[in-house]
Design a binder for this molecule. Structure first.
Ligand code: NAD
Length: 266
């Protein structure tokens, strides 16, 4: 049996689409560690995905919410508090989508309407989520809010399109809201910058398979697997990390601090 690190904790998990999703793995680990939580995704993803299967397996309720809609978010957190029987201790935002990336648009030829949509779904939704949690007083004292990011926020990855700026915006929202939430009721807000991972969103990036191998060789520990990301996120939701806030935390096998790995030349 897993350590009951999250016994008694109530949470909300966004973004589990299928069993490859980072959020799916995180939900699995949080469940094993004793947490109770609701699961949510966009209505369209609920029709296409397998979320009900995950929910049934772990006895969680699914509440549909488009993360760009304030109304949906208000409904989600109000209902989650009712279902879980109290304020929320942890929230995972694992949401990303870019039509430009999906359609393999070159960075020098992006469609700006799609770019706005990317920012709205992948980054502004994080601010909306935090604002609804803040104004509705939904978070418990010493709660923990996490978003998932990628190192393209700091370094250039040419095929990542405007998702790079989207992640930079996400990390900045987390930092800024971390101040407001910390002052309000000791809630911490962080982002976890994860290695490339074979998921629906990941595989949508042109050249992802080659890049996955490059990341694996560059990182002294290799790419961090989704299961380990889940363990790390669970630690961030636990009481063992109460004073970590306003940080972008690399969970990447060391990739972010490497310049060159001779393994790549072999
Ligand atoms: N896969 C990687 O290589 C990698 C690396 C670092 C960070 N991340 C980040 O991890 C997070 C989760 O992605 P993933 O790789 O598990 O892929 P995924 O495709 O399984 O998850 C993306 C999720 O976003 C949801 N979503 C899209 N639009 C939405 C909306 N309007 N409202 C609510 N939900 C919406 C999708 O339904 C899906 O469940 C994303 O933020 C992604 O950028 C992924």
């Amino acid at each position: 049996m897993a350590i009951q690190l999250l016994a008694g904790k109530r949470g909300v998990i966004f973004g589990a689409l299928d069993d490859q999703s980072l959020a799916w793995k995180i939900a699995d680990v949080c469940h094993q560690m004793g947490a109770k939580f609701t699961l949510t995704n966009a209505p369209v993803a609920l029709r296409m995905g397998a979320l009900q299967e995950l929910a049934a397996g772990i006895g969680a309720e699914v509440i549909p919410a488009d993360a760009t809609s304030i109304e949906d978010l208000e409904n989600l957190f109000t209902k989650s508090e009712e279902i879980l029987g109290g304020k929320i201790d942890f929230v995972l935002h694992a949401i990303g989508m870019s039509v430009n990336v999906r359609k393999k648009k070159d960075y020098t030829n992006l469609n700006h309407d799609w770019m706005q949509k990317t920012f709205d779904i992948s980054a502004i939704s994080f601010h909306k989520m935090c604002q609804v949690l803040y104004k509705g007083d939904h978070m418990a004292e010493w709660g923990s809010i996490l978003g998932l990011s990628y190192i393209a926020a700091q370094r250039v990855f040419p095929d990542y399109g405007e998702m790079a700026e989207s992640k930079a915006l996400l990390e900045s929202f987390a930092r800024s809201f971390g101040y407001h939430f910390g002052e309000k009721n000791h809630v911490r807000v962080n982002t976890v910058s994860q290695s490339p991972t074979m998921t629906t969103a990941g595989k949508g990036i042109p050249g992802f398979t080659e890049f996955f191998g490059y990341g694996d060789n560059m990182s002294p520990l290799g790419n961090a697997p989704a299961e380990d990301c889940a363990n790390f996120c669970a630690t961030m939701f636990s009481d063992l990390t109460r004073y970590v806030t306003m940080q972008n935390l690399y969970h990447d096998g060391g990739f972010s601090n490497m310049g060159m790995n001779p393994k790549l030349l072999e």
